[in-house]
Write a protein that binds this ligand. Structure first.
Ligand code: MN
Ligand code: MN
Length: 303
C-alpha cells in the first residue's frame, strides 16, 4: 500500500483516473494544430475519457494565447486554433468522484517556446520539492524562483489546489509565488500542481472576462418553471458538484425552452459560472499541470 491515509480501493480510483487523464492529454497534445476547431478538441478529449471508462471531471479547457484558463467551447463554437498561438489543453477525469487534473501547453510560436519550457521546469521543481511537512510559503517561493530564472513571470493569482472526492478545489491552494502562509503539505493529500508562466513585461495576474462557458451546480432552489426544475435535476444527478459544459445538456429539455431555463438557474444562483481568465495586460500564458499524491517521503505523479 502506497498511502496509508487513503483506503487502497479509493486510491486505485485516483490511479485509474490519472492513467486516463495522462493518455488523453498526450492524444490532445497531438490534436492541436493551426486551423483545428476548438470544439473538436474538447469533444474528442471528453469522448476519449468516456470510452476509457472515466467521466470528465470538468469540460476540456482549450485556452489560447492571453487566455490562461477556463475556455471550453460553448455549443456550436466556430473558434479555430490561430496561427502562431500558444494553446493550453487542460483535462479532468474522475472515476467514481476521484479526480485527476492535468494540462499541457502546445506552442505553435517558436518565439514563445521559453514560456512552455519554464512552465514544465517549474512543474518539475514542484514535484521534486513536494513532501509531507513542506510549507506552502516555501513551495510558492521555489516556483516563483524557478520561473524568474528564465527572465519570465509567474501568474500570481492562479494556484494549484488540493483535490478531494467530487471536489476539484478542496480548500488548500498551492501558490506559484511567495505567499505568507503557515499551512503545510500532509501525507495522503492529493494536489493538482499547476504553474502558469507569462512574459516579463506582463502584469503577471489574470482578470475575469465577461464570457463564461463552464458552470457548476450550487444549490437546489425552487424553480419558477418546470423546464428549469427538470434541467437542474439533470445537472445535479449527472455532474453533482463538478463543473460542466452547456454542450453536455443537449436534449435535456426541449430546445425552444433551454435558454430561458438555463438563464433562470443562473439568475436564481442555483448554478454558478466560471468566467474565462485572461492575462491582465493581454500577454501570452503557458501552463503545465500534474496531479500528485503526497507519499511518506515525497510525492507520486498520478498523471
Ligand atoms: Mn487543470
Ligand atoms: Mn487544476
Amino acid at each position: 500500500m502506497l498511502v496509508m491515509s487513503i483506503p487502497e480501493e479509493d486510491f486505485q480510483k485516483y490511479v485509474a483516473a490519472g492513467n486516463i487523464a495522462a493518455k488523453v492529454r498526450e492524444q490532445m497534445r497531438r490534436a492541436v494544430s493551426e486551423g483545428t476547431l476548438v470544439i473538436d478538441i474538447c469533444e474528442k478529449a471528453e469522448a476519449l475519457i468516456r470510452e476509457s471508462g472515466g467521466k470528465p471531471a470538468f469540460p476540456c479547457n482549450v485556452s489560447i494565447n492571453e487566455v490562461a484558463a477556463h475556455y471550453s467551447s460553448p455549443p456550436l463554437d466556430k473558434k479555430a486554433i490561430p496561427e502562431n498561438s500558444i494553446v493550453k489543453v487542460d483535462v479532468g477525469v474522475h472515476v467514481d468522484g476521484y479526480i485527476a487534473d492535468t494540462a499541457v501547453t502546445v506552442c505553435l510560436d517558436p518565439e514563445h517556446e521559453n514560456l512552455t519550457r519554464a512552465a514544465e521546469e517549474a512543474l518539475e521543481t514542484a514535484i521534486k520539492l513536494l513532501r509531507p511537512g513542506l510549507s506552502i510559503a516555501r513551495f510558492g517561493s521555489a516556483i516563483q524562483k524557478s520561473i524568474q530564472k528564465w527572465g519570465l513571470k509567474p501568474i500570481s493569482n492562479l494556484t494549484g489546489h488540493k483535490i478531494s472526492r467530487f471536489s476539484l478545489h478542496a480548500g488548500k491552494a498551492l501558490p506559484n509565488v511567495f505567499h505568507l502562509s503557515t499551512s503545510r503539505v500532509k501525507v495522503g493529500e492529493i494536489y493538482a500542481v499547476e504553474p502558469f508562466v507569462t512574459t516579463s513585461e506582463a502584469a503577471g495576474r489574470v482578470i475575469r472576462a465577461r464570457e463564461a462557458y463552464i458552470f457548476r451546480f450550487v444549490k437546489r432552489k425552487s424553480s419558477k418553471t418546470e423546464h428549469a426544475k427538470q434541467l437542474l435535476n439533470y445537472i445535479e444527478k449527472n455532474f453533482r458538484t463538478l463543473p460542466f459544459s452547456e454542450r453536455w445538456l443537449d436534449g435535456c429539455v426541449p430546445s425552444d425552452y433551454h435558454s430561458a431555463a438555463f438563464s433562470e438557474l443562473l439568475s436564481s444562483k442555483s448554478l454558478m459560472a466560471y468566467p474565462v481568465f485572461t492575462e491582465a495586460s493581454g500577454k501570452r500564458v503557458a501552463q503545465a499541470e500534474h496531479t500528485v499524491v503526497i507519499t511518506k517521503d515525497g510525492c507520486r505523479v498520478l498523471t
